[in-house]
Ligand binder design. Structure first.
Ligand code: PEP
Ligand code: MN
Length: 335
C-alpha cells in the first residue's frame, strides 16, 4: 500500500504518521520526491483502514499495491534511483554506466592494460571476474583473492572503480574494498546470498537469472532492499530460449522498458553474455542504449583468441573504442 502525502504536509505531522504506522507493525519506506512524499507500507496492510487514512489532512491519496514487489516498485518511489558508485560515478537517473573489462582477471599486465584502454575509450567502471562460475569444474575458475588484488591495482593505476562477482558469502571480506559487487545469473535466486548483501551498503549489480522472469528478477532485488540495501542495479544479460545455435542466449531488450516502468532501479544491459559472439555485441549494445538502458556491461580482452574465458564474445580494445564512441554519440542524439 502507498500513501501519497499532500505537498504541504509538515515534517512533524509526517513523522507522527510514520511512527503510528510502524506501531501497527508495518515497515514504512519513505520516498522524498521533488514534488511529493510517498510512504510505501510493507507488511500486513489488510487491517489498515484506508478510509481513515485517506481522511487525514496530510494525505492526498492511498492506494493498494497489488504487485508482490514493493520496495523496488516505482509506485513506492516514483523518481529514478541513482546508485552512487564512487564520488564521480553514478548509474541511473540520466547517469550512464559504461562498464567494460575482461570476463576474467588473468594477470596484472592484462587487467592494467585493458583498464587503461577502456578508460581511454570512455568506460567509467572496470569489470573483471576473480571468482568465476564456470559450467565445467575443469575450466579456469578465476584467480580468486589474487584477482581482486589485481583489480585494485588496475583501479590504482587508472582511477576506474571496479566491479567483480561474488559467488559465496564466505568470501565477503575480500569484497570490502570493491566498488560494486556483482551477483551473477547463476545466483540470482540465491536468497541467502541476497539477504547478506542486503546487510551491506555496497552497490549490487544483480543479473537476471538464466531462465528468470522479470518478476523473479524484481523479487530478487526486493530481497536485497528488504534487508536494508537500496543500492541495486539490475542487469539484463539474455535468457535461455530454444535458440542456441547462433546466439548464446536471447537478449530480451523489451525487459529494459518493462523494468523502467515497473521499478525505479537502474537497468543495465550486458550484450556480451546475451549474444556470446563479439560480432553481435556492437549492434545489441547500440540497441540497448536506444531502448533506454542506464548502462552497458561489455567484455573486452587484449587478446580474445587466447582469453581464459569467454573469448568468443570479447571485443578487442580497438573494437570497444569504436563502439563506445558510437554509443556516446547515440545517447547525445537521444536527448
Ligand atoms: C560474467 O559477468 O562474467 C558472468 C559470468 O555473467 P553471467 O552471470 O551473466 O553469466
Ligand atoms: Mn564472461
Amino acid at each position: 500500500m502507498i500513501a501519497i502525502l499532500k505537498q504541504n504536509a509538515s515534517p512533524e505531522r509526517t513523522q507522527m504518521l510514520i511512527d503510528w504506522l510502524k506501531r501497527q507493525g508495518l515497515g514504512v519506506h519513505v520516498s522524498q520526491g521533488e514534488f511529493s512524499t510517498v510512504l510505501g507500507l510493507i507488511g500486513d496492510t489488510s487491517k489498515v483502514d484506508i478510509d481513515m487514512l485517506t481522511s487525514l489532512d496530510i494525505i492526498e491519496k492511498v492506494m493498494r499495491v497489488s504487485e508482490p514487489f514493493k520496495a523496488v516498485n516505482r509506485k513506492f518511489h516514483p523518481d529514478d534511483t541513482v546508485v552512487k558508485v564512487n564520488d564521480s560515478v553514478s548509474i541511473g537517473g540520466g547517469h550512464f554506466g559504461m562498464i567494460a573489462g575482461p570476463c576474467s582477471v588473468e594477470c596484472c599486465e592484462q587487467i592494467v592494460y585493458v583498464a587503461q584502454r577502456v578508460k581511454a575509450a570512455g568506460a567509467n567502471i572496470l569489470r573483471g571476474g576473480a571468482f568465476k562460475p564456470r559450467t565445467s569444474p575443469y575450466d579456469f575458475q578465476g584467480l580468486g583473492a589474487e584477482g581482486i588484488e589485481l583489480l585494485k591495482e588496475a583501479r590504482k593505476q587508472t582511477g576506474l572503480p571496479i566491479i567483480t562477482e561474488i559467488m559465496d558469502i564466505r568470501s565477503i571480506e575480500l569484497f570490502e574494498d570493491v566498488d560494486v559487487i556483482q551477483v551473477g545469473a547463476r545466483n540470482t535466486q540465491n536468497f541467502d546470498l541476497l539477504r547478506e548483501l542486503g546487510k551491506t551498503n555496497k552497490p549490487i549489480l544483480l543479473k537476471r537469472g538464466l531462465a528468470g522472469t522479470i518478476k523473479e528478477l524484481l523479487m530478487s532485488a526486493e530481497y536485497i532492499i528488504a534487508s536494508g540495501n537500496e543500492n541495486v542495479i539490475l542487469c539484463e544479460r539474455g535468457i535461455r530460449t530454444y535458440e542456441s545455435a547462433y546466439t548464446r542466449n536471447t537478449l530480451d531488450l523489451s525487459a529494459v522498458p518493462v523494468l523502467k516502468e515497473l521499478t525505479h532501479l537502474p537497468v543495465v544491459v550486458d550484450p556480451s553474455h546475451a549474444t556470446g559472439r563479439a560480432s553481435l555485441v556492437p549492434s545489441m549494445a547500440m540497441a540497448a542504449a536506444a531502448a533506454g538502458a542506464d548502462g552497458l556491461m561489455i567484455e573486452v580482452h587484449n587478446d580474445p583468441i587466447h582469453a581464459l574465458s569467454d573469448g568468443a564474445q570479447s571485443l578487442t580494445p580497438d573494437a570497444f573504442d569504436d563502439l563506445a564512441r558510437r554509443v556516446f554519440k547515440l545517447r547525445e542524439a537521444l536527448v
